[in-house]
Design a protein around this ligand. Structure first.
Ligand code: ZN
Length: 292
């Protein structure tokens, strides 16, 4: 069985121009849970003036049903972690960045600074008895610095494992990786951090989302991120496809992912309407054109 982390409420919404009200965000999370999601990235504790799509994070978490799923709150620094700890999120997720230029643009941290901040956040969470994990963004490539050296990512993964991360995440933030590259890096990281689980976060910018997910699973990844509707985008590629769509992943994995495919497709169509979005996933396209 493969574990899904449903990221539409966070990554899916964060790069969409339409800002959804708290009611609609909560409805999305409830619909995802009804469709079978058991672990979800629900909010990001960032400054609402910097990322208005993520405003109302505390309010969203307060309205979730405890125990219905595992809720992850994303943070980019200790200040965000302190906010997260004031809420009932089950898990804190931290994002490190493998490239200095991307790190400075995304969260005003060099790669090394993001690793130091991760250590602080992981130790803060541990002292508060809250689960926490970290993901390495731009693990395969960065729009400014090009391909990311594998050795750099493996060294970061080992450092995060040592710092107490409950899993190691690898993110193809800009959707640039090829399946062979996903398989190679996932295998190396899996070996370096065993027995910790490896999670992979994929974007469908170049249509490689499903192929990359299968490659990651072949190499030992046990958890895959996906977003209903393939929502989100790439902040550095306007108009690009967003996250790997949960319904596309569900179709590819069949019984290996315990979700309700029809409910995912319905939710994707509903969410596209809420976001006034016309890009659709392959499964939604097939469904709305008569399901050939
Ligand atoms: Zn992403």
């Amino acid at each position: 069985m493969i574990e899904l982390v449903e990221v539409s409420p966070r990554d899916g919404l964060q790069n969409e121009p339409t800002i959804l009200p708290v009611d609609t965000k909560v409805a999305l999370i409830e619909r995802a849970i009804a469709a079978g999601a058991r672990r979800l990235e629900v909010v990001s504790f960032v400054r609402p003036d910097a990322v208005p799509q993520m405003a109302g994070a505390e309010e969203v978490v307060a309205r979730l049903r405890p125990g219905a799923a595992r809720y992850i709150g994303l943070v980019l620094n200790k200040r965000g972690a302190l906010r997260a700890l004031e809420t009932n999120v089950d898990e804190i997720g931290f994002v490190c960045i493998a490239s200095d230029t991307f790190g400075m643009r995304n969260q005003r941290q060099t790669s090394e600074q993001s690793l130091a901040e991760a250590r602080d956040v992981l130790s803060l969470a541990r002292s508060e008895k809250r689960d926490a994990q970290a993901m390495i963004a731009a693990a395969w490539g960065c729009p400014f610095e090009g391909p990311t050296p594998q050795d750099r990512v493996v060294a970061m993964a080992s450092a995060l494992a040592e710092a107490g991360s409950l899993e190691i995440g690898l993110a193809d933030t800009i959707g640039i990786a090829r399946p062979s590259e996903v398989e190679a890096l996932t295998r190396r990281v899996k070996e370096a951090v065993a027995p910790l689980p490896v999670r992979v976060h994929l974007h469908d910018t170049r249509g490689m989302g499903v192929a990359n997910a299968l490659a990651a699973i072949r190499a030992g990844a046990s958890t895959i991120d996906a977003a209903i509707g393939g929502t989100g985008g790439c902040p550095f590629a306007p108009g690009a496809a967003g996250n790997l769509a949960t319904e596309d992943l569900a179709y590819a994995l069949g019984a290996d992912l315990e979700v309700d495919l029809d409910a995912l497709i319905d939710t994707a169509i509903w969410l596209n309407g809420e976001l006034s979005r016309d890009r659709v996933s392959a499964l939604v396209r097939a469904h709305t054109s008569g399901g050939c």
